[in-house]
Design a protein around this ligand. Structure first.
Ligand code: MN
Ligand code: MN
Length: 343
């Protein structure tokens, strides 16, 4: 893949895809502004945005997909630290390159993708933060922008689902996680990183019998956890199934489950084995590999993806950016899925 053209925005040179003839700043008929040119400035310098993409203000607010950080971890039950997840994922994303060879797509050159920075959260007030995330996400959605959010702990998925469901109607949730996250309360608290999807069900955000957990593993509190979860409209493909059937078959099963409904993909990085992601908030041995996760997401091509998140990266527990790099590649895979989705 070659890049024959560049564009200079505020003294930074960005790459443009050769032969691209679609709209770019969609309003102005210019080409999308991609990542900063890796041959002109080294990837480890300057940029602090996801994949060294432009910030939203550098493309005059014109973007179809936005990367949005939510540095919030006041909903965790075990290891804290996911408030530093957005920074870590952006740092772990610097080596991402523009061309996805398997899908034959350049995710940053199909539409404009931009980094909108982080939502301002209140680390001392969960409910206030949920409202802030919902409001900011709703604002982006009302501007025809689709969102990939960088967590943050898994609590943040609830306000994102609220915003997405308000725009698209009830959502089919594809939930990659070691855990079910449909527990009721922790120490009496209803809004935590272990409860977002029970709240989402109760609030009518999920399409009836259309959601699915993928990659669950590790012990539960009781058999009733699973029985209750089914009542919220979920089926489950546990991590153990990955040793029995391949990622293509699992992707087909997920596609069948969600049908043509609007799909939201929420990825708790603890779906990966701690060997592949040592830095989540609640690690459980026996998870899937980063390759398996990327392949399953890739196998979802064709679903009506309307948004997603990657959460629970706590860099203080990470080693050599293993978790952050895995998360960055998951975001890249979601971007590729978004730009190849039916819209
Ligand atoms: Mn989890
Ligand atoms: Mn989770």
């Amino acid at each position: 893949m070659s890049h024959s053209a560049t564009i200079v925005v505020k003294d930074v040179t960005y790459e443009r895809a050769e032969g691209y003839d679609g709209p770019v700043s969609e309003a102005e008929g210019v080409m999308p502004v991609g990542p900063a040119n890796g041959f002109e400035q080294p990837r480890f310098g300057n940029s602090s945005t996801f994949a060294r993409l432009p910030r939203i203000d550098e493309v005059n607010g014109e973007a179809s997909i936005v990367i949005m950080g939510v540095p919030f971890d006041s909903g965790v039950s075990y290891r804290p630290g996911a408030r530093f997840g957005p920074s870590a994922i952006r740092q772990g994303s610097k080596l991402l390159r523009p061309y996805h060879p398997t899908l034959d797509v350049e995710p940053f050159n199909v539409v404009q993708v931009a980094d909108v920075g982080d939502v301002i959260v209140n680390p001392f007030n969960i409910v206030e933060t949920l409202d802030s995330v919902e409001r900011v996400a709703g604002d982006h959605l009302s501007r025809q922008r689709r969102i990939i959010a960088l967590g943050g702990d898994h609590t943040i998925a609830l306000p994102l689902l609220r915003a997405v469901a308000r725009r698209h109607g009830p959502i089919a949730l594809v939930h990659f996680d070691s855990h079910l996250d449909t527990w009721d309360t922790y120490f009496g608290a209803p809004y935590t990183h272990g409860t977002p999807f029970r709240r989402a069900f109760e609030e009518g955000l999920l399409a009836v019998d259309s959601s699915i957990h993928v990659g669950a593993h590790g012990p539960l509190y009781a058999r009733s956890d699973l029985e209750e979860d089914q009542g919220f409209g979920f089926t489950l493909i546990g991590a153990d199934r990955f040793t029995d059937i391949g990622t293509a078959a699992i992707g087909a099963e997920i596609r069948k489950r969600v049908g043509d409904r609007p799909v939201y993909v929420s990825v708790d990085i603890d779906v990966l084995d701690p060997a592949y992601a040592p830095g989540p908030g609640t690690p459980e041995a026996g998870g899937i590999s980063s390759r398996q996760l990327l392949l399953v997401i890739r196998a979802l091509r064709g679903v009506n993806l309307v948004g997603g998140d990657v959460v629970e990266v706590a860099p203080a527990y990470d080693h050599a950016e293993i978790t952050a790099i895995a998360a960055a590649h998951v975001v890249y895979e979601l971007l590729a899925l978004l730009v190849t989705s039916s819209h």
